[in-house]
Design a protein around this ligand. Sequence first.
Ligand SMILES: CC(C)(COP(=O)(O)OP(=O)(O)OC[C@H]1O[C@@H](n2cnc3c(N)ncnc32)[C@H](O)[C@@H]1OP(=O)(O)O)[C@@H](O)C(=O)NCCC(=O)NCCS
Length: 358
Amino acid sequence: MPSTLTLETFDPLDPTRRHLALAHLAVREAAGRADHGDRFRRYSLDELRADARPARQDRSEYVTALVPDGAGGARVVGTAVHVFPLLDNRNQTFADVWVLPTHRRRGIGSALIEHLVTRTRTGGRSLITLESLRLLDRPDEASAFVARHGFRAALTDHRSDLDLPDDPAEKEPAVRTLLAPLDAEVAAADPASDHDLVTYLDEIPERWLAGRAVLEGRMSTDAPLGDLELEPEHWDGERLLESLARLRDAGRRLVETIAVQRSSGQVVGFTMLVVHPDHDGIAQQWNTLVLPEHRGRRLGMWIKAANLRALLAHHPGVRQIRTYNAEVNEPMLRVNRAMGFRAVAELTEWQRRLTPTP
Ligand SMILES: CC(C)(COP(=O)(O)OP(=O)(O)OC[C@H]1O[C@@H](n2cnc3c(N)ncnc32)[C@H](O)[C@@H]1OP(=O)(O)O)[C@@H](O)C(=O)NCCC(=O)NCCS
């Protein structure tokens, strides 16, 4: 670790540490703008505070890397988030690291990684997972860095974006054109003969909560994991409500569509889109899943097309939607390509197994 570098942990919920919370966001923003240009999406103070609030399912630690600013003070030049899952995957931690573009290749990222490794060990855990995101037309900075620190690539996801016209008058016709082929495919498979769609905003109606929670758990087992070591997650209604409360605290807005089998009343598929007022019209696709025994009826296309329409009806300012899919998840990629999504970035998940300290 460079001799002038210090690391300082902070709690984003502590008002006396507000300057560090703001510096943390500023480093993330500077790194994001440098690496992703106009495809950068802001992460807001509301989101940081909501994500930092301890919950039943996880708790997070935050650390900043500081160097002397030349005027007797210190400047934050790097930062990391370190998540400790509490309900499942208690053998591991998840982390993100950012260093200001002006201060790279000086050992700051390495000092942060060493801190994360130590904290993982002292927390009694033996595996760390990191993510890196690279636009397809930009150089890859993270791979050499994480490989140097003993991480191996465990899963690669594509990020695909769907750009919509800015002009509200053009949006509706553009979406109608985009969705016409999907509508035709869905009509031919006729899932509406034995399923209903339900769309809701921000909160999951009580009636669907338990069934919807089962599907959330299935995300951890049914989506392709590649070589990622991850435990199955158990979700119940209470856990789902807690994660939706965090979503709301963060200022995020949810648009969700589920498919319900008419004969049994069972929730058999769901898809979620999330927007935030500080995200400059960029919406994010979160989880989508159709239970295996209900696949092949174009339920996935049906719920995604309906949810996109609902998103634009309730949040007409949305101008771009982003989605992440494992590169091996051909069925999901096919639906997304059919909707007009185009691959723009690659997200790699890296893991390092820690040997016990001698
Ligand atoms: C990845 C990142 C955190 C590295 O931070 P950093 O402070 O520059 O890293 P270090 O100076 O500690 O680099 C340690 C070693 O990693 C390797 N490395 C780091 N960046 C590299 C690059 N751009 N190209 C090739 N090797 C690189 C080198 O071996 C380097 O040692 P060296 O400089 O003596 O050759 C930084 O580039 C960053 O913030 N990127 C954007 C956010 C991100 O991708 N975070 C996720 C990381 S998984």
